[in-house]
Design a protein around this ligand. Structure first.
Ligand SMILES: *Cc1c(COP(=O)(O)O)cnc(C)c1O
Length: 235
């Protein structure tokens, strides 16, 4: 199945083209190959084609694959974080993308201290106040940001969001702009750098890059379609 290598080449080319359109360096975008539901053999193919960064959204499924694959792979956790899984999650993943409340952030910080870790995280923002999705509402994040920044163990890289589903890639653009603007204003208000924006998936990653994404989470464009699309949709 050379399809994975071909798909990866196409996705990388599209990332480079999007970067060129807005005068960005292609190195400024990290491609996270979202490998949830994909067996280790498929991930191996992507690795053999040069992809080293992978995203998973369920701990149990991911742990088995991480164990089975070379240590040279890097893993980000992009799914909803359950508190009872944090202790196992932190040592296995380099970055957690979906810290969706101050309570969870404080808990992750506490467990990280116990484990002697300094995890890198994104704060997930629920831009459209969708009840089906987790994340801080923007006003709440503004109010709670100072306290979040005081947590001693977690390193907040920036913001992450999954915009509402729309008819096409362009319909996601206003949401990506909003996430970037929220990031910019939080940086101003808190006097801190939040360099990273985790936004853009298979259907809209080029638009996300045009609007400043530093991390794109791309699954089906690399591995083919899955039986479910987003972690949250399983309930
Ligand atoms: C599954 C998933 C993706 C990848 O979705 P595709 O449309 O397959 O690219 C990205 N982000 C999150 C949080 C996901 O759960």
């Amino acid at each position: 199945m050379p399809a994975v290598a071909d798909n990866l080449a196409v996705v990388r080319e599209r990332i480079q083209a999007a970067c060129r359109r807005v005068g960005r360096n292609a190195d400024s975008v990290e491609l996270i190959a979202v490998s949830k539901t994909i067996p280790a053999a498929g991930i191996r193919e992507a690795f053999d084609a040069g992809q080293t960064l992978f995203g998973e959204s369920r701990l149990q499924e991911a742990a088995a694959k991480i164990e089975a694959l070379p240590a040279a792979l890097h893993w980000h956790f992009i799914g909803r974080v359950q508190t009872n899984k944090v202790r196992k999650l932190l040592p296995a993943f380099e970055v957690i993308h979906a810290i969706d409340s101050s309570r969870l952030a404080a808990y992750v910080d506490e467990i990280a201290a116990e484990l002697g870790l300094f995890p890198k995280v994104f704060l997930q923002v629920n831009l459209a106040a969708e009840s089906s999705k987790g994340g801080f509402e923007p006003a709440r994040l503004r109010a709670e940001m100072a306290a979040l920044l005081r947590l001693p163990r977690i390193e907040i890289l920036g913001l992450m969001s999954i915009p509402p589903a729309g008819p096409d890639a362009e319909s996601a653009r206003p949401w990506f702009v909003r996430l970037r603007e929220l990031r910019d204003s939080l940086e101003q208000e808190a006097g801190v750098g939040l360099p990273a924006l985790s936004m853009g998936m298979s259907g809209d990653f080029e638009v996300a890059i045009e609007e400043g994404a530093t991390h794109v989470r791309v699954g089906s464009a690399i591995f083919g379609s899955r039986t479910y699309r987003l972690d949250g949709e399983l309930g």
